[in-house]
Design a binder for this molecule. Structure first.
Ligand SMILES: [Zn+2]
Length: 233
């Protein structure tokens, strides 16, 4: 159930029963040779829609831009983003109006784990719970990774499960880099091109629909648990 598909009188009625809002947080970010730029966005939207269908919580319009690695903004065509201040202020502003009208709990659902991106969301309001969707145990499900990296064994698997028509496995390639070398990039301190970098970090070619189903189910369960812990479902 989308908030912006309702009339304001219907939202007034909703607020007599509930005071929560799911906010999908997207990015416009490259996802390697084999996945589209909307990958983070459509997975976050799908998760919000499923929780909404199950528990009747409204879903806000998606925030379509986030904070990317400077490396990607500089070198990966089509990738773009906003600053920490702009993302934080956007969330602060939109939730402040909704808060005045009676919404008390906001769930920002992000499939993108950039440290500045997550911090901007967390710093935006005391009423926001930020869910990093891929932060679930998956070591037992993956062959060559212990967690989600980027457009990798894990993320590609989830896309193969949810949106197989958007995945081109014929061009998927693996790219690994040690965390020590990559850390300055993750901290936005280094921006120069890395030899052999094609966008993804991790073992995309090992992705399967079955792994994706198992990972996605854990992601959804985790989101559900966060909302349950807040006590609104
Ligand atoms: Zn992603």
């Amino acid at each position: 159930m989308k908030l912006n598909m309702l009339k304001y009188t219907e939202i007034k009625e909703y607020l007599k029963e509930k005071d929560s809002l799911l906010i999908p947080i997207g990015t416009c970010e490259q996802h390697g040779l084999h996945l589209p730029l909307c990958t983070d966005t459509i997975v976050a939207e799908k998760m919000c829609d499923e929780i909404s269908d199950k528990y009747g919580i409204l879903v806000a319009p998606t925030v379509n831009y986030g904070i990317n690695l400077p490396l990607d903004n500089n070198t990966m065509t089509g990738t773009t983003g906003i600053s920490y201040e702009v993302l934080k202020e956007t969330l602060r502003s939109i939730t402040e109006y909704w808060n005045k009208q009676g919404f008390k709990h906001f769930f920002a659902v992000s499939c993108h784990g950039d440290i500045f991106h997550i911090k901007a969301l967390q710093d935006s309001s005391k009423n926001i719970e930020v869910i990093e969707t891929y932060e679930v145990e998956q070591k037992d499900l993956l062959e060559k990774q212990v967690c989600t990296r980027h457009a990798c064994e894990s993320e590609t698997s989830v896309m193969l499960y949810l949106y197989p028509e958007l995945v081109d496995m014929s061009v998927a390639r693996d790219f690994d880099i040690s965390i020590d070398i990559f850390m300055p990039y993750l901290e936005h301190k280094k921006t120069e091109v890395i030899d052999g970098y094609i966008g993804n970090v991790g073992y995309s070619t090992l992705a399967t629909r079955e792994k994706g189903k198992a990972i996605y189910e854990r992601m959804l369960k985790n989101l559900e648990n966060v909302i349950k812990n807040v006590g609104v479902i």
